[in-house]
Design a protein around this ligand. Structure first.
Ligand code: ARG
Length: 457
C-alpha cells in the first residue's frame, strides 16, 4: 500500500519493516477517539476559515459515517495500514476524494496520537473508577454483615489482638477510596488538550486550540507544543495508580487464599469463583484470587516497561513512544478484568465466624488487654507488660489460655488481679473497649461504615 508520506522515497518499505513499524493491530482500539479528535479538528478548521464551512461539514459527516461503519462492522480495519490515524484518513479520502486530504491541515500524527490516548484513557479511567466503586460496595456489604464478628488481627502473621472481621475489611475500603482519588488526580492532570501542538512547533495557521479543547471536553490546552507531543507522564501516572490498585488487590487476594485454606478456614468462597483439581477430588482452589495476585506482576511490568522506554528519549516525538500503547492497554485490560472478578468474588464469599472466634481464642491475643487492666489499677505500662509476659509463660506451661488461669494463679503475679479480670479480658470486652478513633470498637466501625456509605452516595 502506498504510504501517505511516500513522496520523498524512491523505494517501498521492506515488508518485515512495514509490519514492525505498524501499530494498527493495537491502536485500532482507539478508533472512536481518533474520529472524535478529527471531528473536533475539522470543526475548528471550518470555524477559523481554514476550511470552508461546507468543507468542514462534509468531512465531519463522512467521519460520522466511518465511525458508524466501524461500529457496525460494515467497515473492516485494514491491517496493512500503518496506524489508526492513517487508516481513518485513507478511508476518508476514499470516500470523499481530495477533500479528505485537507483534514490533516494544521495537525500532525504527533498531536493526534497524544489526543487519542488522552481521550481513550479518560474513558477507561472513569470505567475503572466505576469498577472500584462496585468492589468497594461489595467489601462494604461484607463489612456491615461482619461488623460484630470477632477474629484475631495479625502482625507478622502471628495472632496479635482481637478485632472484628468488619474492621479488617473496612481497611480495604479505605485503600480503595484512595485508589479512586489517585485515578481522579491523574485524570484531572491529564485532561489538557495537546491538539494544535502539531508536529512539535505549533503551526502557521490561525488555529483555535481552546475550541478543540472545549469540543473534546478538555479543561484547557497544553501550553508548550513540544511538551504537548512529548509528554507521556500521564500514562505513567495512571499506570502507577493501576499498580497500587493491583498491590491492594494482591494483598487482599493473599488473605483470601490464606483464609480459605483448611489451616484458617475463616471464609468459604462461592463455588462459582473457585476451581477443582484434575487429580485431587477434594480440592477447592482459590484460583481467581491467585490469578489476581499473579497479574499484579504484569501491571508492575507494564509500568516499568514504559518508564524504561521513556527515560532516554530526547524531545520531542520519537517512535519509541509508540510502545506506550501496548503497555498501557495491557494494564488497563488487566486491572479491569481483575476488578470485575473481584467484586462478585467478595460479594459471594461466606464468612465462618465460629472458626474465626475459635482461632481468636487461642493466641493470647488479649494479653495487651490484661496489661491494660493492671495499668488501670495503677501500674505503669512497662511494669504491667512484664507481669503479663510472665503470666503468658505460665499459661503456656499449663497449656491454658489467660482466661483459664485461676484467680489464685493470677494473683501470684500481681495482687491487683480481681474477679472482674475475666470479664475485662473476654474477647468481646477487648473489642468493645477499643474506643479510640479509628479503632476496632463498635462506634468507630460504625463511623467507618457511615463514611464509606456517604462516599458511595
Ligand atoms: N503510531 C504512532 C504512535 O503510536 C503515531 C504517531 C506517529 N508519528 C510519527 N511521527 N511517526 O506513536
Amino acid at each position: 500500500m502506498e504510504k501517505m508520506w511516500a513522496g520523498r522515497f524512491s523505494k517501498e518499505l521492506d515488508r518485515e519493516a512495514d509490519d514492525f513499524n505498524s501499530s494498527i493491530h493495537f491502536d485500532s482500539r482507539m478508533f472512536r477517539q481518533d474520529i472524535q479528535g478529527s471531528v473536533a479538528h475539522a470543526a475548528m478548521l471550518a470555524k477559523q476559515g481554514i476550511l470552508t464551512q461546507e468543507e468542514g461539514d462534509r468531512i465531519i459527516e463522512a467521519l460520522g459515517g466511518i465511525l458508524e461503519d466501524l461500529e457496525s462492522g460494515a467497515l473492516a480495519f485494514d491491517w496493512a495500514a500503518e496506524d489508526i490515524h492513517m487508516f481513518v484518513e485513507s478511508v476518508l479520502t476514499k470516500r470523499i476524494g481530495d477533500l479528505g486530504k485537507k483534514l490533516h491541515t494544521a495537525r500532525s500524527r504527533n498531536d493526534q496520537v497524544a489526543v487519542d490516548i488522552r481521550l481513550y484513557l479518560r474513558d477507561e479511567a472513569n470505567e475503572i473508577i466505576a469498577l472500584i466503586k462496585e468492589l468497594l460496595s461489595a467489601v462494604l456489604e461484607q463489612a456491615k454483615a461482619n461488623k460484630d464478628v470477632i477474629c484475631s488481627g495479625y502482625t507478622h502473621l502471628q495472632r496479635a489482638q482481637p478485632i472484628t472481621f468488619g474492621h479488617h475489611l473496612l481497611a480495604y475500603c479505605m485503600m480503595l477510596i484512595r485508589d479512586i482519588g489517585r485515578l481522579q488526580d491523574a485524570t484531572r492532570r491529564m485532561n489538557q488538550n495537546p491538539l494544535g501542538s502539531c508536529a512539535l512547533a505549533g503551526t502557521t495557521y490561525d488555529t483555535d486550540r481552546a475550541e478543540t479543547a472545549r469540543r473534546l471536553g478538555f479543561d484547557g490546552y497544553t501550553l508548550n507544543s513540544i511538551d504537548g507531543v512529548s509528554d507521556r507522564d500521564f500514562c505513567v501516572e495512571l499506570m502507577s495508580a493501576f499498580s497500587l490498585i493491583m498491590m491492594h488487590l494482591s494483598r487482599f487476594s493473599e488473605e483470601i487464599i490464606l483464609w480459605s485454606s483448611w489451616e484458617f478456614k475463616f471464609i468459604e468462597l462461592d463455588d462459582s469463583y473457585t476451581t477443582g483439581s484434575s487429580i485431587m477430588p477434594q480440592k477447592k482452589n482459590p484460583d481467581m484470587a491467585e490469578l489476581v495476585r499473579g497479574k499484579t506482576g504484569r501491571v508492575y511490568g507494564d509500568l516499568f516497561a514504559l518508564l524504561t522506554t521513556l527515560k532516554g528519549l530526547p524531545l520531542a516525538y520519537n517512535k519509541d513512544m509508540q510502545e506506550d500503547k501496548e503497555a498501557i492497554f495491557d494494564s488497563v485490560d488487566t486491572v479491569k478484568k481483575c476488578l470485575k472478578i473481584f467484586a462478585p468474588m467478595i460479594r459471594t464469599m461466606k464468612a465462618l465466624p465460629e472458626n474465626m472466634y475459635a482461632a481468636a481464642g487461642k493466641g493470647f491475643i488479649n494479653a495487651t488487654d490484661l496489661a491494660d487492666y493492671l495499668v488501670k489499677k495503677g501500674l505503669p505500662f512497662r511494669t504491667a507488660y512484664k507481669i503479663v509476659g510472665q503470666t503468658v509463660a505460665r499459661a503456656i506451661e499449663e497449656k491454658k489460655v489467660l482466661e483459664e488461669l485461676s484467680l489464685a494463679t493470677l494473683r501470684e503475679f500481681s495482687p491487683l488481679f480481681e474477679e472482674d479480670v475475666y470479664h475485662e479480658i473476654s474477647l468481646e470486652t477487648c473489642v468493645s473497649k477499643r474506643i479510640s478513633a479509628g479503632g476496632t470498637g463498635p462506634q468507630s466501625v460504625q463511623a467507618q461504615i457511615q463514611f464509606v456509605e456517604d462516599y458511595l452516595k
